[in-house]
Design a protein around this ligand. Sequence first.
Ligand code: ADP
Ligand code: MG
Length: 226
Amino acid sequence: MMKLNNITKVYGSGDLKVPVLHGIDLQIEDGEFVAIMGPSGSGKSTLMNIIGFLDKQTEGTYALNGKDIKDSKEKDLARLRNEHIGFVFQQFFLLPRLNAQKNVETPLIYAGVSKAERAERAKDLLTKVGLKDRMGHLPSELSGGQKQRVAIARALVNNPSIILADEPTGALDSKTGVQIMELLTALNREGKTVIIVTHEEEIAAYTNRTIVLKDGLILEDKKVTT
Ligand code: ADP
Ligand code: MG
């Protein structure tokens, strides 16, 4: 469970202060499927980065599974990220010189996992996301949707309980975007907490809860009962 209380975020300092989040109160339970919407610049990515321990709030508290992370050091935040969070981004961020399998394996190299085990994990995950016959392809040899599938497989490699996807369909045509949402929906059904940022209503419609941000505040928080 994620519990955010009165989270504020101010970038910069002195005369160059940019206040972005103005006091976010938010609780997300395990297994939820959440869409964060709102205009460009409203603070969606900033909020996602705080939720994913990529950035720290300026004020307020954020507790994951009851544990407040406020005073955590970068090393502890990195550990929390690795243990709990899988990230997916609009621009995929695949390593261009590595094939799909090696891209998925990369986080495991840092974790010290053996070569044989890395290969097995990567192949299993690429099969799971529907890329069994594309494992040896470079990113440049894959379509946008396939690249995003590789990125999702990579996000799953440490078996995280939370998937954070910042505009995962933003660079894809709508049919491909729908396929990516079907994949994220399947992962949510397996029990993962999935939080996405999107501008599109038809993408948000896959989730069970829509949170609308405006000027760094929650304007709306609507749950859909299915
Ligand atoms: P969104 O994802 O909703 O478009 P962001 O969270 O990316 O919004 O950004 C919110 C505001 O914070 C924007 O005005 C943006 O320019 C500003 N911002 C984002 N990151 C930084 C940064 N590292 N330093 C200064 N300002 C930033
Ligand atoms: Mg953004």
